[in-house]
Design a protein. Structure first.
Length: 309
């Protein structure tokens, strides 16, 4: 008499295949942004170096100021201006460095893929050209402004700590110094400037550079800057006008109202000129955003068609 064997079919013994969950469009976009940060470390290293260099220079300067103040204490207004000027310089250096990094990053964002032929690999992945291009334009328009904002606030806070420690015993009113430098007002003012100017006003600049990066056969820097230079020169020669040059200057320096940091114009009331509707009612803002969207759409189409160099 044979005993029946309770053998299980081979298919049930085999390990079940693990099917990875499909990534949503948002997850794919966030991973694409993270990849850009992994591959372009200068995006955050360069502003960090700029902040560190400025803090070193500020430390040396404060030591010299302490020696100078041994016999001649500052009055409250001089004390206020002493730190206000240096805080504005710190913000300008960090944000200026981030803006320059954004220019060079955007110029190389799509050109570098074609030059090193990595575009063949990235096109083999199930990621749309729109997602890739949007992740690249997010770096100069969102990541770099936010990073420069955080670094500027941190740098200014460290400056207050260093200045307070070094100037103790020189007659400088340290509590008044901290009270005059209102971190709430400075933070709101700086955040407003970062969002309006570096995040929105510069959008057509980054869109143009990204489009050039997707199309330039060689030397994207020349392809990006020669056409505006030639157009401004032709206008000056042919019509003796400077409309194009004035438009470029306004785009680079920021809007005439509502976008610049206000502490320089009114140091006693840093919140005086934070009037958002002035900025958002600027026709140049919406025209610039429309032009930026057109440039980005063209860059998407170019990446879809372009091959390696």
């Amino acid at each position: 008499m044979t005993t029946p064997v309770n053998a299980m079919p081979e298919s049930s013994l085999a390990p079940q295949a693990i099917v990875p969950a499909a990534m949503t469009a948002t997850q794919t976009f966030l991973w694409s942004v993270r990849r850009e940060l992994w591959e372009n470390r200068a995006v955050y290293i360069a502003p960090l170096i700029a902040a560190g260099v400025f803090l070193f220079g500020f430390l040396v300067n404060m030591i010299k100021v302490r020696r100078h103040l041994q016999g001649s204490p500052l009055d409250p207004m001089q004390q206020h201006q002493l730190f206000l000027t240096r805080h504005e310089l710190a913000a300008a250096l960090v944000m200026g460095t981030a803006f320059i990094v954004g220019i060079f990053y955007t110029l190389d964002a799509l050109y570098g893929e074609r030059r090193d032929r990595s575009i063949l690999f990235w096109k083999s992945l199930p990621i749309s050209d729109l997602t890739v291009v949007l992740s690249k334009v997010t770096i100069p328009m969102v990541i770099l402004p936010f990073l420069s904002f955080v670094l500027t606030i941190a740098t200014q806070f460290v400056m207050l700590l260093l200045g307070s420690a070094i100037l103790l015993g020189t007659g400088v009113n340290i509590p008044m110094l901290w009270r005059d430098f209102s971190f709430f007002h400075v933070t709101v003012d700086l955040l407003y400037h970062i969002v309006t100017v570096h995040g929105l006003w510069y959008a057509p600049i980054y869109g143009w550079l990204l489009m050039v990066s997707a199309s330039a056969p060689r030397a994207p820097f020349l392809w990006a800057f020669l056409p505006p230079f030639v157009i401004c020169g032709l206008e000056r020669i042919a019509f003796n006008t400077t409309y194009c040059l004035n438009l470029l200057q306004e785009r680079l320096t920021g809007p005439a109202s509502g976008g610049s940091m206000s502490s320089a114009s009114d140091p006693m009331d840093p919140m005086a000129h934070l009037i958002p509707h002035h900025f958002f009612s600027e026709p140049g803002l919406w025209i610039g955003l429309l032009i930026a969207a057109i440039f980005v759409a063209i860059a998407v189409q170019l990446r879809r068609r372009q091959g390696p160099i």
